[in-house]
Design a protein around this ligand. Structure first.
Ligand code: PEP
Ligand code: MN
Length: 357
């Protein structure tokens, strides 16, 4: 995939990149006032505003629709900032292009569906506009990459990923779980793709936005898309997660930039030393896992000869309980031990199935 770097299409006012604006464009005044206030703070590189809002339940505010494109664009012109909006189908693309929207984004509920993405990609053929692709609502990195590829195949090279978290049945304290590992995988698969974080949709509550931005920055993300409203409590969509422009500025300026330590020799040495130790431990772990797999291989035929089922529920519950207890004594988190053994057990069962006869 040929992907252009960020500075080929957006002029960062400051590092990291900051895109901000209301969840929804509600009125000319709301958009204009929010934009003016954001621009005054000086860190914002582009304005966002939703015009067509994908809402979970009917009857919620579904956006003003195409008339709001004009208010968004005017707010951009007045403050000399590019503007972006969400498109979910070919018609949206057409209308956004006609209104001279500068950057498009594809929402989480659209990235899940290759038909929608292809429809949008077809509408974008021959158009040179930056497109930002949010992760799908569930943590499937291939779907995210697939969407980026479809858009890229249409000729778009100004691409960016937006990490906005993932729906989980119980994701407290977040609205959408960050699952940072999905971002790591995206970075591994597409190292040249700039990726920013949308802390607003991860948080669901404005108080958490600062700490999510800090984590995103520490993990090496390139910036943020944050929801900001001149009067959050009056917002017609997502009122709890929007920051006033003034508060967003405070959050942004309070971020700690830790990457400079990279030049520090002592730091590099310390890091290398610890990494070496981690590598050694990992190798030991692998040997132990291989030993465990050998035992799984041996247990399959024994169960078969005695006509016992491979999966024995009681035994599995006992294993889990005992491992958690042992883990607690070693100060390991229950969840970590649980997930780890679930994985080991899954592959142990697979091995036994293969060696059952
Ligand atoms: C949005 O950015 O307003 C939005 C609807 O986001 P998402 O697609 O991440 O839910
Ligand atoms: Mn929103």
């Amino acid at each position: 995939m040929k992907i252009e770097s960020l500075d080929a299409w957006i002029k960062p006012k400051s590092k990291p990149l900051l895109i901000a604006g209301p969840c929804s464009v509600e009125s000319e005044e709301q958009m204009m006032q929010t934009a003016a206030s954001l621009a005054k703070n000086g860190n914002v590189s582009a304005l966002r505003g939703g015009v067509w809002k994908p809402r979970t339940k009917p009857g919620s505010f579904e956006g003003i629709g195409s008339p709001a494109l004009k208010w968004l664009k005017q707010a951009g012109i007045a403050n000399q900032l590019p503007v972006c909006t969400e498109v979910a189908n070919a018609k949206h693309v057409e209308q956004a292009l006609e209104a001279e929207i500068d950057i498009l984004w594809i929402g989480a509920r659209t990235t899940v569906n290759p038909f929608y993405i292809q429809d949008i990609a077809d509408a974008l053929k021959g158009v040179d506009i930056p497109v930002m692709v949010k992760n799908p609502i569930h943590p499937e990195v291939k779907l995210w990459v697939g969407a980026l590829e479809r858009i890229n195949n249409a000729g778009i090279t100004k691409l960016l990923g937006i990490h906005r978290g993932f729906y989980a049945y119980q994701s407290q304290p977040f609205r959408n779980e960050p699952k940072w590992e999905v971002f790591f995988e995206l970075r591994r698969l597409l190292p040249e793709l700039p990726v920013i974080c949308d802390p607003s949709h991860i948080a669901g509550r404005s108080e958490l936005i600062g700490e999510i931005c800090q984590s995103a920055l520490d993990l090496g993300m390139d910036g943020f898309m944050v929801e900001s409203h001149i009067e959050p409590h009056k917002a017609l969509s997502d009122p709890l997660q929007q920051l006033r422009p003034y508060d967003l500025d405070l959050v942004y300026r309070a971020l700690e930039h830790r990457d400079e330590a990279i030049d520090d020799k002592r730091f590099i040495h310390q890091l290398e030393e610890l990494r070496k130790q981690i590598d050694d431990v990992d190798n030991e772990l692998l040997k132990l896992i291989a030993k465990r797999q050998d035992l799984s291989e041996a247990i399959g035929p024994v169960k078969y000869e005695n006509q016992a089922t491979i999966f024995q529920m009681k035994r599995w519950f006992k294993v889990l309980e005992n491992r958690k207890k042992a883990g607690q004594e070693l100060k390991l988190e229950d969840d970590m031990v649980h997930e780890l053994f679930q994985l080991l057990h899954k592959y142990s069962i697979d091995t036994q199935i293969k060696n059952h006869h």
